[in-house]
Structure formats: C-alpha cells, structure tokens
Design a binder for this molecule. Sequence first.
Ligand code: C5P
Length: 239
Amino acid sequence: MACGGILVALDTTDVAVAKGWARATRDSVAGLKLGLEFFNANGPTGVAEIASLGAPVFLDFKFHDIPNTVAGAVRAVAPLKPMILNLHASGGAAMMRAARDAARDSAARLGAAPPKLIGVTVLTSLGDADLAEVGQPDGASDQVRRLAALTQACRLDGVVCSPHEIVVLRRDLGPDFLLVTPGVRPAWSAAGDQKRVMEPRQAVEAGADYLVIGRPITGAADPAEAARRIAAEITGVPA
Ligand code: C5P
C-alpha cells in the first residue's frame, strides 16, 4: 500500500494529556498509538476513552509470553477494536499462530474486523552492540529479516521494523506485508534513545506503510505544528 501516514505515539500516563495530543494532531495523522505507559496507567477504560475520539488506534502492547497467555491477552483486548495490535516475533511461531487465531476468532464473535496483527522484529533502540550483549551477534539486519520472514510464515499481517530495514523487507516479503516503522526523526528533532533512525520522507520513499512518531510531535512546544510539519515533509506538500 501507499504510505498510510503517521501514527502518533501518545506516551503518557495522563488521559487528558493524551487527548490533548490526539486533538491537536487529528488533521495531520492517520491514527493514534497507545503503548505500555498509557495502558498500565489507564487500562482498557483509558484506551476506550481515547478510541472514542474516533481515530484508528494501534495498541502497541508488544505481547511476549507463552502461546496460551498471549492468545488470552489478544482476546482480552479485542473489544477495544484496535486497527493494529502487535507482539514480539521473538516469542516464536506457536505464539504468533495462537495470537492470530485468537484475533480472528474474537473479531468474528464481536462482528468486527480483526486487527492487523504485526510482529515486533528488533526494537529500534537496539544497535548491533546491544544485540551482541543479549546473544545475537549477527547484528540487527539479519535478525530483523529472520523474524520478519517467520512472522509472514505465521500469516500475520506485517512487522514493526526500523526504517533502515524497509527496503530489504519490502523486497523479501512483497507489497502487501505491512511495514510499520518507529525510529523516525525529522532533521530538526533530537534522536533521544532511538539509534537506527531516518527522516520521515526517506522512510516513506523506502516503502513504509505507517510511521510511528512520538517525541518529535508530543515533545514539541507546539505538537499540532510539529505534526503538520512532518505530514508536509511526507507528502512533499508544504504545511
Ligand atoms: O518518541 P518516539 O518517536 O521515539 O516513539 C516511538 C514509539 O514507538 C514509542 O512509543 C516506542 O514504544 C515505539 N516503538 C519503538 N520501537 C519498536 C516498536 C515500538 O520505538 N520496535
């Protein structure tokens, strides 16, 4: 698919702050991403409150556990009707297949479309030296390709990857496999703890479907303006 746009990462414990960011960016983004920080503070009620604003939601919960537990977690979040839900591909094939079946079964029971279920390959905060420390001396790109191929073999919908892996994964996995990429940094913002970063326009040109962007927007003095500016960089149309 062509780039679907920005998913803004609402990384906060405060529902009012998250709502403020969601409202400020609504005209420039494709959806909202809620992760562990928000969910652990506010639970399903908080997620439902954000979802009620009407934008599609990516639940970035990065499940990683035994298959039975992950399937149960997928069933538990199904009523929140996320557009995208993820898990760690390194949890293995049985875990991913159990999650996929749980997502389809619970969506059918709810009469809803199943979420796009995607695998996290390697966190964009990890460089090759960090991976070597945890027993993966082959480096990020090999590990990402291995996990993305496994994710596709398990018939999930796509992966989360760094912008630097997009070109190779697009070639490996074809045009229909969803590539969602964090680690996106406009030239005018700080990298923070992200290591494998790229500018928004380059990531889109490489073939990303969605760009997950947090702090360059939510940490900006004017989040609405920052989101507009990044959206304009992506489309090439001035804000
Ligand atoms: O603030 P920043 O733009 O770095 O936010 C990126 C978001 O993407 C964070 O919410 C982070 O949890 C998430 N993420 C990531 N790397 C992954 C998967 C998700 O940075 N591999």
